[in-house]
Ligand binder design. Structure first.
Ligand code: TYM
Length: 392
């Protein structure tokens, strides 16, 4: 059984599936259970040399695990190249955690000058009945989310953002070839489907696998580890269809505002800061966030706080404070009690407000450029006109 921590197995420690994360996630255990590889210092050093730079989300092992990253680097060195693929399920407004893979993907595009494909799964979010979305609603959010994604600043000539419902005609031939290779008992085991699961969901994994086959090169997928079950299935069938096994880099989950259990999730509104929250809402949410401080200021000064479970510190560490010296200082000062939970929250509020404001400005600016990513940029045009037979 592939889903670690599935409650049905009697393991209620933690659960990680593409649709649900609960409990305190043990990332080391996930590496073992999912059969992925740790990003070692040696691999990271080689990666940074080829990238010509370093990213704090790698240095700090926010991206902690991979499949075949070494092979991607081999291909790059040999001039064979690779491409990037990531995505979003448009269930509503996006939260700051969702931006982690997109920011990293943009950075990778800049460093390696490669094509990026971004799938927006309006079909998946409609089919997931527990969301209660109409197809029109998930289609609406697909375009709202596409703006947030484009606002991250991808190269409009080398990026294709598409929704499944719009692009399905082009994807269908590969989806069929993929689907014929996967039987029901296999997806039932990997994704936890049951007799009540609607048949749209049963077919859906084929759709999320298709973009890994958009080019006859190796595909590298930056995403949080919850999406890995798809890549596992892909890797078992890709070569038999004449494609490469997908490579992936896996991130941890940005901690929810409520503390160290589960993940920040749009379906639990109290767990997240959304990209359309105003400064007042952000301030209010961060002030209420779970902290690693002591119960009184006096005790805190004496005993110090615990940065490992402090939401404000964790968010700064994962995403919002890229300066290593500064983050170490914050860590040490919090541990020693010099810095209070209130201080840490104020620092995060400032960073986060600035970040969200900058994001909202880019989002406004990108509104009249979205057609480039979705239809008219160089890559988008080719994808519509040639049915992605990029090299055929
Ligand atoms: P979705 O919309 O659930 O999530 C979008 C991306 O955000 C990651 N993510 C997080 N990362 C860090 N911290 C969190 N708290 C957090 N929550 C979510 C997800 O891993 C994902 O990378 N089925 C997918 C859409 C999809 C996709 C893909 C994602 C289609 N093709 C290829 C990644 C790669 C979904 O519903 O993602």
């Amino acid at each position: 059984m592939a889903i670690f921590g599935d409650e049905k197995q009697g393991n209620n420690e933690f659960v990680v599936t593409p649709w649900h994360v609960a409990g305190k996630v043990d990332y080391q255990k996930l590496i073992e259970q999912f059969g992925t590889d740790e990003i070692t210092q040696e691999l990271l050093t080689r990666f940074e040399r080829l990238a010509g730079g370093s990213h704090h989300m790698f240095r700090r092992r926010v991206f902690f695990s991979h499949r075949d990253l070494d092979k991607v680097l081999d291909d790059y060195e040999r001039g064979r190249g690779f491409f990037l693929y990531t995505g979003r399920g448009p269930s509503g407004p996006m939260h700051v955690g969702h931006l982690i893979p997109f920011h990293l993907t943009r950075w990778l595009q800049e460093r390696f000058d490669v094509n990026v494909y971004i799938e927006i799964t309006d079909d998946e979010k409609f089919l997931e009945e527990s969301r209660g979305l109409t197809l029109e609603q998930s289609r609406y959010w697909a375009y709202e989310n596409a703006l947030d994604i484009a606002a991250v600043g991808f190269d409009p000539d080398k990026t294709f953002i598409f929704t499944d419902v719009d692009y399905i005609g082009n994807m269908y031939p590969i989806a069929l070839k993929v689907a014929r290779k996967i039987n029901f008992s296999w997806v039932r085991a990997v994704f936890g489907f049951n007799q009540q699961t609607n048949i749209g969901m049963v077919f859906y994994p084929a759709i999320q696998i298709v973009p890994t086959m958009f080019e006859r090169k190796r595909c590298l997928i930056p995403a949080a580890i919850d999406q890995d079950p798809y890549w596992r299935v892909q890797r078992d069938i890709a070569e038999s269809l004449g494609y490469y096994k997908a490579a992936a880099i896996h991130s941890r989950f940005l901690m929810p505002l409520t503390g160290p259990e589960g993940k920040m999730s749009a379906s639990q509104r109290e767990s997240a800061v959304f990209l359309n929250d105003d400064p007042k809402t952000i301030r209010k949410k961060i002030w209420r966030a779970f902290s690693g401080g002591q119960s009184t200021l006096e005790l805190h000064r004496k005993l110090g706080g615990n940065p490992d479970i402090d939401v404000a510190y964790q968010w700064l560490y994962y995403f919002f404070e890229p300066d290593d010296d500064r983050i170490k200082q914050l860590h040490d000062d919090y541990r020693s009690g010099k810095l209070t939970s209130g201080d840490m929250k104020s620092i995060l509020i400032e960073r986060l407000t600035e970040f969200v404001e900058r994001h909202q400005t880019s989002r406004e600016e990108v509104k009249d450029k979205l057609h480039l990513y979705m239809r008219e940029g160089r890559l988008a045009q080719r994808m519509w006109e040639t049915k992605f037979g990029l090299e055929e």
